[in-house]
Design a protein. Sequence first.
Length: 384
Amino acid sequence: MIRLQRHLNIGAAVIGLVISFGSGGELQSQGALSTQGFGYPPGGLSTRALGTAGATGEFDLLSARNPAAASEIGNSIISIQGEPEFRTMRFGDVREDSRVQRVPLIAAGLRVKRVGILISSTTLLDRNFSTESPGTTSIDGATIPTLDRFESRGAMTELRLAGGWTWKSFGLGAAIVAVTGEHSVVRTRLFPDTLRFGGVLDSTRIGFEGLGAVFGMNWSPSKDLLVGASWKVGGGLNALRNDTTLRSANVPSRVGAGVLYRGFAGTILAANVERVQWSAMNGLGTEAATAQDATNWSAGTEFEFGTLRRFPVAWRLGYGQRDLPFLLRDLPVSERAIHGGLGVPIAGQSASLDLSVQRSLRRVQGDQVREDAWGLSAAITIRP
């Protein structure tokens, strides 16, 4: 027990290091194609699935994709994930750097007879940024220099209760999804001459609530082949201020499918495709938050190479392409990414540490505006 606790402390320290490394300072500016509209979609993927660029997402029990995968829970499971991202946006000769820290996934589950039950919290959309720019204003006929700051903090979060059941070569699952969260916006105007002029501050906070459901299936037509599909049905989604509904739209629906081949010893090959109806959110905000539907795909592999305390180490590699949901001045934003990662046993089969790194290239039509990002992800998973 003492040895298990020591290994878990090491894993927790790694995640803490990743989180602290990503949160070392304030974002310098919005500086991101990915924070348009209501924000960036992390994708609901576990660190393990991120290592393959999401190619194994339909079969990964921790990812918020296919509830049929919950049937793979053993006796119980607990997982927490940290994920910093470092962005650089270029527009002509202008370069802006920013960074953001997320905890995009927390999950716990257990098995009740033949049914695996998983409760999870995942980030649907993340919108954290700040901008700072000099300006001037006129007071009593005099032109006074100012420093204007605009800061956004918040996210939309999916709370999910999923159940999965397996019978022979078929797996079925269903989940109830509640969308919650808030966005807070703070506008500040500062004056260099603080003795004559006081600062001005204005803030707004908007909350969100919505519902949805997910249905999924997995089928193994042979011992080496697995096929999966899932369908998310979006219900109503409301924007609120002080319990008053300001605007209404719908939670985005999603259809996804994947295939996984495990015919080679210690190696998995996988591919995934999905269609997300982000346009269902149109009307929840202003025209500046216009969303487009997205078609996303990925392919990847996981293979075993080397051992740690007689347990194999899993290595992962993947490539994916996505359409980001929100437009930049009516222009679509696309993302291409190369992913890699590994899974390390830290207490035999009782606990593991997963790590992944992502290199993402985000572009608008004509490459007039470019955003390049490095993402890190670390998760500790315990199976009591």
